[in-house]
Design a binder for this molecule. Structure first.
Ligand code: SF4
Length: 336
C-alpha cells in the first residue's frame, strides 16, 4: 500500500512536448515547436508549486499535460504513484481520475458556456460524475459558491452578466465542484484588474489550506507566484533553470534569468526605484530553433563562449540551478 504522505501526488519525469509545424505545397512536417523539452519535478500532497517564466516558455503546456488535456510527446507523468498513460488505457478509471485533476483558466469566460446559466454549468458535471444527487445538488452548489464568495442569487444568471473577478470565482467554483485533489491554476489573475488580483490570490490560498488541495500555480510574475507557492520552478524556453523553496528563490535567486525576473517585480519604495533596475533585454527565443548550449545565453550578461555550446543541467540538492557559472561564483558581467 502506498504511503500518501511519502509519494508525490504529481510526479513528472523528463517530460517533452513537441508540436509539429506543417508547411510546403504537399503539407508535411517541416519542424517542431519544442514547447517543453525535458522537464522533471514533483509536487507533494497539499503543496503549491509555482511555475514562472515569460509567455512562450512552456509553463501552460505543462499544465495541460498534467490534467490530461494533452499527452506528452515523451516522458512520464505519475498521479499518486500511478502512470497517467497506464490509467488512460482504462476509460472508466481515466474518467474518474479526470475529476480529480482540474484546471482554472486565465480567461474563465472561455471555459464557461455562455448559453447556460450558472446552475446548469455547475450542476451538469456534478450529476454526470455522481458527485451529487438530484435532490441535493442545489444545496451542494450553494456551499461551493459560499466557499468562493458568491451569493446563491448568481445561480440563474449567465456568464456575461459578471465582472472578470466574479467570473474567475465561478471558474474556481467549477473546478471545485468535482471534488478535485489537484488543480492547475493557469495564470488565473493575469487578465484581472490589479485591485481584484489580490482577492483571487487570497481566495486560492485560503481554499488550498481549507481543502488540503495540491496546486500548480502558473504565472509570469515572480511576486504573485511567490505569494501563493511553497516551491517555485523557473522556466526558460521549455526547460527548468531554477527550482527550490519559494522563499529561498525569491530572496536568494541564483540563476541570471531568475534575477532578471525579480528585477521586473514592481517596487513601491521610490528610493529603491532610484537605484536603477537592470531589466531584461531582448525577447525569449524561438522554441522551434532554441539557441545551442544554454538557451538563455543570447540575453545573459554573464555568458561566455562555453555557454554557447554546453547545455547546463540543474544542480544542487535543495536549491537547484542550471548555471555552472553562478554555481562556481565566477560570474563577470560581459555587457549591460
Ligand atoms: Fe548565463 Fe552561461 Fe549561466 Fe546560461 S550558463 S545563465 S548563459 S552564465
Amino acid at each position: 500500500m502506498l504511503d500518501e504522505n511519502k509519494v508525490p501526488l504529481i510526479q513528472v519525469e523528463d517530460m517533452k512536448k513537441y508540436y509539429p509545424v506543417k508547411g510546403g505545397i504537399i503539407t508535411h512536417t517541416t519542424g517542431h515547436v519544442k514547447a517543453v523539452d525535458g522537464v522533471s519535478f514533483s509536487i507533494m500532497r497539499g503543496e503549491t508549486l509555482g511555475l514562472v517564466g515569460e509567455s512562450g516558455c512552456g509553463k501552460s503546456t505543462i499544465g495541460r499535460q498534467l490534467v490530461g488535456l494533452e499527452t506528452p510527446t515523451e516522458g512520464r507523468i505519475y498521479y499518486n504513484g500511478c502512470e497517467l498513460e497506464e490509467i488512460r488505457k482504462n476509460k472508466k478509471e481515466m474518467e474518474r481520475i479526470r475529476t480529480k485533476l482540474q484546471m482554472v483558466f486565465q480567461d474563465p469566460y472561455s471555459s464557461l458556456n455562455p448559453r447556460k446559466h450558472i446552475y446548469e454549468i455547475l450542476a451538469q458535471p456534478m450529476l454526470y460524475h455522481h458527485i451529487s444527487e438530484k435532490s441535493t445538488v442545489e444545496q451542494d452548489i450553494i456551499k461551493i459558491l459560499d466557499m468562493v464568495g458568491l451569493p446563491r442569487t448568481v445561480l440563474g444568471r449567465y456568464p456575461h452578466e459578471f465582472s472578470g473577478g466574479q467570473r474567475q470565482r465561478i471558474g474556481i467554483a467549477k473546478a471545485l465542484s468535482l471534488n478535485p485533489e489537484f488543480i492547475v491554476c493557469d495564470e488565473p489573475v493575469s487578465a484581472l484588474d490589479v485591485s481584484i488580483q489580490a482577492q483571487i490570490l487570497n481566495l486560492l490560498k485560503d481554499l488550498q489550506k481549507e481543502l488540503g488541495l495540491t496546486l500548480l500555480f502558473v504565472g509570469h510574475g515572480l511576486g504573485a507566484v511567490n505569494y501563493v507557492s511553497d516551491k517555485i520552478a523557473v522556466m526558460y524556453l521549455g526547460r527548468i533553470v531554477e527550482y527550490g523553496e519559494a522563499k529561498e528563490i525569491f530572496n536568494h535567486p541564483k540563476h541570471p534569468y531568475t534575477r532578471a525576473l525579480l528585477e521586473a517585480v514592481p517596487v513601491p519604495d521610490p528610493k529603491e526605484k532610484k537605484r536603477g533596475r537592470k531589466l531584461l533585454q531582448g525577447e525569449i527565443g524561438s522554441s522551434m530553433n532554441p539557441p545551442e548550449g544554454c538557451r538563455f545565453h543570447p540575453r545573459c550578461p554573464y555568458a561566455s563562449e562555453r555557454c554557447e555550446t554546453e547545455a547546463p543541467v540543474l544542480k544542487g540538492s535543495v536549491h537547484m540551478t542550471a548555471c555552472p557559472v553562478v554555481l562556481s561564483g565566477t560570474e563577470v558581467a560581459s555587457h549591460g
